[in-house]
Design a protein around this ligand. Structure first.
Ligand code: PHB
Length: 359
């Protein structure tokens, strides 16, 4: 079982904090795999307040305490390389520039993003109109991810997961609901997946295939990206191409990914696509202990990711081992305000044994 990457918005000025060290250490177990929150690979890759980066030396330094803490507890720690693309606001962009989009148009996401005003108060504003990304700028995007992987290694991470899912920049290239390009990066499935493959190759060249993973969500409808016109063909293509790199794992977000609606479903109906895989398959999407065991036991997957249950249960591994009762999630404190509330203050099953975890 794996800690899924989750936006928790507790970074300060794009830096990792001691509170974040405590959060990850609480969830670290001997031999367990943790995937970090999405960490932005470029200054123009942020789309939420209080998200961390991995593109400056100060950011690299700030992550070192987190990776050291996690390693002390014997866990394996991958950093998720993230660029939000068009899902951003000018206030979150360097020089208040427009966010970048794979589309030929400047249609913004049709809802609101939370920002912090000058008095430190949260306000909701409509997403900004993005600007189309020119083909000449694509090598720069690839370089951001490559550099992020290099920096993550320097910060002490064991590997990197490329965020190719959920409507962020790479997924927005992949899906034909949003990618309307007429150049080499638009049109056919192959063209739409080209950027993800080039980014994957660059990260593999930088840190090695066994330390590289990719997250995909061919079935997701998120950030107004999706559904793709042919998700099964898309999944088949993506999986067969990615399977050839010899990656650490492929992370599949299962169908009907939706943060708002409680309708996660797992996807054994697509098991034929991945049946003869070489690469370990990590699946996530609202799994319980039972569905997780079924996913592994049936051979459908090799790893199961837990998100919301792991937020509310820092000792989820122990609770699953004992089939113990779970804490319930408080959705209102998922996204943060620098505080421990809803972040590091969920109770442990055995408070005495687990209290005072040292970073
Ligand atoms: C979110 O914060 O809502 C979010 C971020 C990254 C994801 C999915 C959801 O991949």
């Amino acid at each position: 079982m794996v800690l899924c990457p989750m936006t928790r918005c507790r970074a300060r000025d794009t830096l990792a904090t001691p509170l974040m060290t405590e959060y990850y250490c609480q969830r670290a177990t001997e031999g367990g795999l943790l995937i970090s929150e999405g960490v932005c690979v470029a200054a123009n890759g942020h789309g939420f307040v209080n998200t961390a980066g991995i593109y400056t030396s100060e950011q690299i330094e700030s992550w070192k305490a987190v990776t050291q803490g996690v390693h002390k507890r014997g866990a394996i720690f991958f950093l998720q390389l993230w660029h939000v693309g068009r899902a951003s606001h000018t206030e979150l962009q360097p020089g208040n520039a427009a966010p970048i989009s794979p589309t030929s148009n400047s249609v913004p996401l049709p809802w609101r993003v939370t920002l912090i005003d000058a008095d430190g108060k949260a306000t909701k504003q409509m997403y900004s109109a993005p600007r189309p990304l020119h083909i000449d700028e694509i090598p720069q995007i690839i370089q951001y991810f490559r550099n992020g992987a290099k920096n993550a290694r320097e910060a002490g991470f064991d590997g990197c997961e490329i965020h190719g899912a959920h409507g962020y920049i790479l997924d927005a290239f992949i899906k034909d609901t949003i990618n309307d390009r007429t150049d080499a990066y638009g049109g056919s499935i192959e063209n739409r997946c080209k950027l993800l493959m080039e980014v994957t190759q660059a990260v593999v060249d930088e840190i090695g295939a066994s330390k590289t993973a990719v997250r995909i969500s061919p079935f997701s409808v998120y950030n107004s990206v999706g559904p793709d016109s042919n998700p099964e063909a898309l999944f088949t293509y993506l999986h067969s191409k990615l399977d050839k790199f010899g990656l650490a794992y492929i992370h599949l977000t299962e169908p009907e990914f939706s943060f708002i609606k409680d309708n996660f479903k797992w996807a054994p109906q697509y098991a034929h696509v991945t049946k003869r895989r070489i690469t370990p398959l990590l699946v996530s999407g609202g799994h319980t202990l039972d569905t997780g065991n079924e996913a592994i036991g049936s051979g459908y997957a090799d790893l199961v990711g837990y998100g919301r249950t792991f937020i509310a249960n820092p000792d989820l591994v122990k609770r699953f081992a004992k089939d113990a009762q779970l804490n319930t999630l408080n959705s209102s404190t998922i996204y943060g305000d620098y505080t421990a509330r809803g972040y590091t203050d969920y109770p442990f099953l055995d408070e005495e044994a687990d209290a005072g975890i040292e970073a």
